[in-house]
Design a protein around this ligand. Structure first.
Ligand code: ADP
Ligand code: MG
Length: 674
């Protein structure tokens, strides 16, 4: 059997079961083998029947000393078993499984039973225990037992059996694409050992060894694939020479913060080095990344190059265009906008200016990376809100010039470990200081019974000249408990905020409509904007002081933080109200964290922690695949050594190691497809 064989090749798996496996995204033997346990239960300790106490889970080893009885009570069929070990006897009950009477016979067959014990009429009973015959290979008892993510129609027992079968039948002995000296250097076990022991660990130590190896491998392959996609090595020489000596005392109308100045000097230093800059500027929403990128662009333009900035949405691109043009115009720099929604005539004109070099500062959306856009002399590319763009788009963008300097700006404060994976090829600058005069955004977590009070509060603020956002998680109603933009807007107009200027904004509106609404909101002709997360990214209306988020449980922490960052951008005290009726523990923890802190880095660390392995915040949003076993929060050691090795191997080249080349290549395909 091979890893990419269909699971129906296994004896026990027919079409119906295959369908159940499909619900877990398991199609092939390889999928099965990487369906890692979500937990383990140590069932290796056997307890004597006389030692058993109530309400604990035990493993006992016993035989049936008489036939089972089947009786009916309260509409249920109860099967009673009577077992003994060398110390005593115990009753066992199962519900609605009358066939068990024929499974168990009085006699010498030894079974393991695993279950909780309670008391009935003064007698101890084990309730619906899991069981396994001693003579069978031990998958369910007397060992450390895996517990898998399961689904309807697939019991743990069946999963264990199926996975054990496939492990046994894999004919291609795991070819280890890590050479022996590497295994030795990083103290890693062999692949075949790791695969066996991640499912059915011989003991604790074996599990840790297995996991370490698999986590390391997952990170290593991922990082290698990313390095190959990015293709740019940090020390790329460039002929783009940006003079960093120009006076950059640009009048923004405010003094730059020390953090901004520090990042600017780091950028200037990069320009001096003679290599293409690859720098990520991380700064919380509102920390003033735009001004930093403007100064970098200014230096490039003064040195005779074009500079371009790409934003993820039209709204944001337009805002940047206006901001850049306002500052650059008096300095004699020509700023040009390019976006998909522009009229053909305007677009053609912009394209011509970009191609001729008349356009010095170019602001745009994804349109900038289309084939027909040709730059005359591109020296600096800036991508704003990078987490919205895939690695591939960033690369396409920089290919528009000849090794231009690259500046990437991210408003998502992410833990260092994640940055390492996402931006392994970048130097990182952090703006860790907010412009002065900002007040802490007061945050409240409430349930929907507060809704009227929220409306009163909004009215009070609007009467005083401020504005408010109300965020809904969907555009149209999908269920009763979820507020949607369209319905809620109408509802509010009729009752809650009757007489106030309320409008809605969502991703399904035409571009021109969206722009009109945003413009009106920016000019305070709209007081309350009901919107989806389209306003999440970068929008800047300093006069808005209230952010209400409906169904807050439906958003991740990082997203809530981003949304909250839409207010508190001016001098006025701002507020964020998180509305949720959810009683879930994780939701409560998340909302409490939002109330307790406005530190984006802290929140994103927590987000990572709360979501644990697998689908943690935005791997998909970051254009990454889901991790199957590695945990970026916990496995920092493995991540670090995997990175060291990935870099080394990327430089050395992996040709010749066919297995590794194949694995990396298929992952690259996955990563670049999305
Ligand atoms: P972000 O980092 O989220 O992109 P922006 O660049 O949009 O933040 O800046 C947010 C707001 O802060 C803007 O209105 C900008 O004019 C203002 N701002 C930026 N830097 C400073 C500063 N040093 N002092 C005062 N206001 C600033
Ligand atoms: Mg920004």
């Amino acid at each position: 059997m091979k890893l990419d064989d269909n699971i129906t090749k296994l004896k026990n798996i027919g079409e119906t079961r295959a369908l159940a496996f499909k619900a877990l995204s398991i199609y092939t033997i390889g999928d099965l083998i990487t369906h890692y346990p979500r937990d383990y239960e140590d069932r290796s300790k056997i307890t004597d029947i006389t030692e058993i106490e109530l309400d604990e889970k035990y493993v006992i080893k016993a035989t049936f000393y008489k036939e089972c009885e089947v009786l009916r009570a309260r509409g249920m069929i109860i099967t009673k078993g009577f077992v003994k070990d060398k110390t005593g006897t115990l009753e066992i009950v199962w519900f609605n499984q009358p066939y068990l009477k024929n499974t168990f016979k009085a006699g010498s067959d030894v079974y393991f039973f695993i279950g909780k014990v309670s008391e009935k009429n003064g007698k101890k009973q084990m309730i619906s225990p899991d069981f396994e015959k001693e003579s069978e290979i031990s998958l369910n008892a007397s060992r450390i037992v895996p517990i898998y993510p399961a689904t309807n129609g697939l019991t743990q027992k069946l999963l264990r059996k199926t996975i054990a079968d496939s492990l046994n039948q894999i004919s291609e002995e795991y070819e280890d694409f890590l050479a022996d000296d590497i295994l030795k250097k990083y103290d890693l076990c062999a692949k075949s050992y790791a695969v066996k022991n991640i499912h059915f660990p011989e003991n604790n130590e074996a599990f840790f060894k297995a996991r370490k190896r698999l986590v390391f491998e997952e990170f290593f392959v991922l990082l290698l694939a990313l390095l190959k996609i990015k293709g740019v090595s940090k020390d790329e020489a460039t002929s783009v020479f940006i003079n960093n000596n120009f006076d950059t005392n640009i009048n923004f109308g405010y003094e730059l913060t020390n953090a901004q100045k520090k990042v600017i000097s780091e950028i200037k230093h990069d320009f001096k080095a003679g290599h293409a800059m690859c720098r990520l500027v991380q700064g919380d929403v509102g920390s003033g990344k735009t001004a930093v990128s403007l100064i970098a662009a200014y230096l490039a333009i003064k040195s005779g190059y074009q500079a371009a900035i790409m934003a993820p949405t039209e709204v944001l691109a337009r805002q940047h265009f206006e901001g850049f043009a306002e500052i650059f115009k008096p300095l004699g720099v020509n700023t040009v906008m390019l976006s998909g929604s522009m009229k053909k005539k305007d677009k053609d004109f912009a394209l011509a200016e970009i191609a001729s070099g008349d356009a010095q500062m170019i602001v745009g959306t994804h349109s900038l990376i289309q084939d027909r856009v040709e730059f005359e002399n591109l020296g600096l590319v800036v991508t704003d809100e990078q987490h919205r763009f895939g690695v591939l788009q960033r690369k396409t963008f920089s290919k528009k010039g000849e090794f231009p300097h690259v500046l990437v700006m991210s408003a998502t404060p992410i833990p260092r470990t994640l940055a390492l994976v996402l931006y392994g090829d970048l130097d990182i600058s952090i703006i860790n200081e907010m412009p002065p005069g900002r007040q802490k955004i007061e945050t409240f977590a409430v349930n929907s019974s507060y809704r009227n009070r929220i409306f009163e509060f909004i009215k009070k603020e609007v009467d005083a000249g401020s504005q408010a956002y109300i965020i809904c998680s969907s555009i149209e109603n999908d269920t009763e408990n979820i507020k949607s933009v369209l319905n809620y807007t109408e509802e509010i107009k009729q009752s809650g905020l009757n007489g106030y200027s309320v409008a809605c904004l969502h991703g399904r509106m035409k571009q021109s409509e969206k722009e009109e609404i945003m413009d009106k909101f920016a000019r305070n002709e709209i007081s309350v904007l009901v919107a989806t997360t389209v306003v999440e990214v970068g929008v800047n209306v300093p006069n808005a002081t209230i952010m209400v988020i409906e169904n807050a449980e439906r958003f991740g922490l990082s997203q809530l933080h981003q949304l909250r960052g839409r207010v508190g951008r001016g001098k006025k005290q701002s507020y964020c109200v998180l509305v949720s009726d959810s009683k879930g523990e994780t939701t409560k923890k998340r909302l409490k964290a939002m109330v307790d802190t406005t530190d984006g880095f802290l929140l994103s660390e927590l987000d990572l922690k709360l979501r644990g392995t697998g689908d943690f915040f935005g791997t998909r949003q970051h254009g990454l695949i889901e991790l199957k076993i590695g945990n970026l929060y916990k496995d920092t050691k493995e991540l670090a050594i995997a990175q060291e090795l990935a870099k080394e191997m990327a430089l050395k080249g992996i040709e010749g190691n066919e297995k590794l080349v194949g694995t990396v290549k298929s992952l690259m395909d996955k990563l670049t497809k999305s």
